[in-house]
Write a protein that binds this ligand. Structure first.
Ligand code: GDP
Ligand code: MG
Ligand code: K
Length: 271
């Protein structure tokens, strides 16, 4: 039985897709510590569970509720992420996608709302998007179920190994991440260390709490402060988190340059 996490921005069709892909609830309750509903369903082919994560824009939580998704990635055993993205709001949605790809577990991308996108003249070339993100991308309309069967087929047949997406954050932060990774002790079931280092420098509170259990707090504070100063000086960034956001935004621009259709090229194999 494989465990698949369903992740995406709020209002992207997660619940619609969840209901199509599953035929029974295994569990409905609350995530621990927050009043956010937790739903786990059995896939229609009974080969896996789908876990509905709260809708979020980033893995760096602004609130306790938003921390649920990051805590899930850190603490739970799962084999794959189904990331639903809104094709009509690709630029904003890819921000979370990038962080999920950096984590390194296999990600299958459900490109939802292609009907809405099409209506607005936004055409996504899913093949090019898939190439750029090195992950399968399937256009779907979760409201009608269009494309969802093909998507379901991918979930239980996809390879279970994946290489994390590598984005350079500039030589100073890249080096700081490398050196923090080298200082992290070995621990069981630890998420990928570069991802932890990156989320640490981004200011992810859930990751800070985890690292504090593994390394002296003073050392972490010193590393953070020194790195922030360096990045401010050398990259001209307001803060580490600004710098990281700017690099990701630039990366996403590059992805969209290639994968948004121009003129009358043919888009979507689906609609
Ligand atoms: P969630 O907030 O991510 O769980 O999203 P929901 O599944 O609740 O969907 C939000 C709204 O978008 C609902 O009104 C859905 O009917 C609608 N919706 C979901 N998928 C699609 C789609 O592919 N196309 C269109 N036009 N509407 C959709
Ligand atoms: Mg929902
Ligand atoms: K169903």
């Amino acid at each position: 039985m494989i465990e698949i996490a369903l992740a995406g921005n709020p209002n992207t069709g997660k619940t619609s897709l969840f209901n199509i892909l599953t035929n029974s609830y295994e569990y409905v309750g609350n995530w621990s510590g927050v009043t956010v509903e937790k739903k786990v369903g059995m896939l229609n082919n009974k080969k896996g569970h789908l876990i509905d994560l709260p809708g979020i824009y980033s893995l760096n939580p602004l609130s306790k509720d938003e921390g649920v998704a990051t805590r899930f990635l850190i603490e739970e055993n799962f084999s794959m992420v189904l990331n639903i993205v809104d094709a009509s709001q690709l630029e904003r949605n890819l921000y979370l996608t990038i962080q999920l790809l950096e984590y390194g577990k296999p990600v299958v991308i459900g490109l939802n709302m292609v009907d809405v996108a099409k209506g607005r003249g936004i055409m996504v070339n899913e093949k090019k998007l898939s190439e750029k993100l090195q992950s399968p991308v399937l256009p779907i309309v979760a409201r009608t179920g269009s494309g969802c069967k093909e998507l379901a087929g991918l979930l239980t047949n996809e390879k279970q190994e994946n290489k994390p997406l590598y984005i350079s954050y500039g030589q100073y932060l890249d080096q700081a991440m490398e050196s923090l990774v080298a200082k992290m002790p070995e621990a069981e079931n630890l998420p990928p260390k570069r991802w932890l280092a990156l989320q640490f420098f981004e200011g992810n509170e859930v990751v800070h709490s985890l690292l504090k259990t593994l390394m002296p707090v003073e050392e972490l504070q010193r590393i953070f402060a020194e790195t922030e100063k360096l990045v401010q000086m050398e990259e001209g960034a307001k803060s580490l988190s600004y710098h990281i956001r700017a690099v990701r935004a630039e990366y996403i621009k590059g992805v969209l340059d290639v994968s948004l259709q121009k003129g009358d090229e043919v888009a979507y194999t689906l609609t």
